[in-house]
Design a protein around this ligand. Structure first.
Ligand code: SF4
Length: 275
């Protein structure tokens, strides 16, 4: 609080003692809660998988964590849930396992969602689905920010780049409450120091630094899979934006999303390597 940071609490799936809840209430905060314990005090609800009623109306963002196969299997459920929710954020937990056939399937599902969402907009609804609609409403990169604009304080009193670093290896800390923050080479978490990402316009991409390190051993270098998944989303957004605009003025303050001929910005490097 001394650093004037806003605090997001990620809750466990069991109820916290009243004493903890009282302490949390003393600071400005945002509650991210599993569906199993969420009540009126949640600011975002998280479900691991697809065990929720897609016809229930959510007035706060619903975050769905899912593997790719499960996402493909539950595409219809997601489409139905979109009609009842103000916003759904899908977090694909195994992006690094995507293969050619998965890219094709993902593209086909997103194009199908785009048709459904177009119809919803025509009917006066305005659902938001991060993997489809975020890119339409951005003018610049809007990535995760772990290690740069956000930091995680774990239950052990230590700082981590993000919760994934904590869960993977508790020794992988970047400081603690007593000694303060200690991020080595902290410039590497900034977009300016990400040689591929800073030439990219898949602005909705999570640019997951944990996934980068897991797949390429560098926090500022993405894997091919992460880039292709983000570009499939970008291109589905492009299609959706142009389809909705056939029905009338829509988001006039945002420009067109241009057509590109690559899915991985690394393949476009000849056009940016001198910049
Ligand atoms: S698509 Fe690839 S290059 Fe673009 S922001 Fe995402 S990780 Fe970076």
């Amino acid at each position: 609080m001394k650093e004037n940071l806003s605090v997001q609490f990620v809750y466990p799936s069991y109820k916290l003692p009243e004493e903890y809840l009282g302490a949390i209430d003393e600071v400005d905060h945002f509650n991210i809660m599993p569906a199993s314990i969420a009540k009126n005090d949640a600011d975002a609800i998280v479900v691991d998988g697809w065990e929720f009623n897609e016809k229930v109306t959510f007035h706060i963002p619903l975050i769905i964590r899912t593997g790719k196969v499960s996402l493909f299997q539950h595409a219809d459920k997601l489409k139905e849930a979109l009609k009842h929710s103000m916003r759904i954020d899908v977090v694909i937990t195994d992006v690094d396992t995507f293969k050619e056939e998965d890219f094709k399937r993902y593209e086909s599902i997103l194009n199908d969602f785009a048709d459904a969402v177009e119809q919803m907009y025509v009917e006066g609804l305005s659902p938001q689905l991060n993997i489809l609609t975020d890119r339409m409403m951005l003018r610049k990169m809007n990535n995760c920010g772990a290690g740069d604009t956000t930091i995680t304080l774990a239950p052990n009193g230590k700082f981590y780049i993000c919760p994934a670093f904590y869960y993977e290896d508790k020794e992988d800390k970047v400081g603690d409450l007593i000694e303060g923050l200690d991020i080595k080479n902290k410039q590497l978490y900034k977009l300016e120091y990400a040689p591929i990402c800073r030439h990219c316009d898949a602005w909705q991409c999570k640019r997951c630094v944990w996934l980068n390190r897991k797949t390429t051993l560098e926090v500022n270098t993405p894997s091919h899979e992460q880039c292709v998944v983000a570009h499939i989303e970008r291109n589905a957004s492009r299609k959706l934006l142009s389809s909705i605009r056939q029905h009338g003025t829509f988001l006039p303050e945002f420009g067109e999303i241009c057509e590109i001929d690559y899915l991985d910005p690394f393949d476009n490097k000849r056009n940016w390597q001198n910049n």
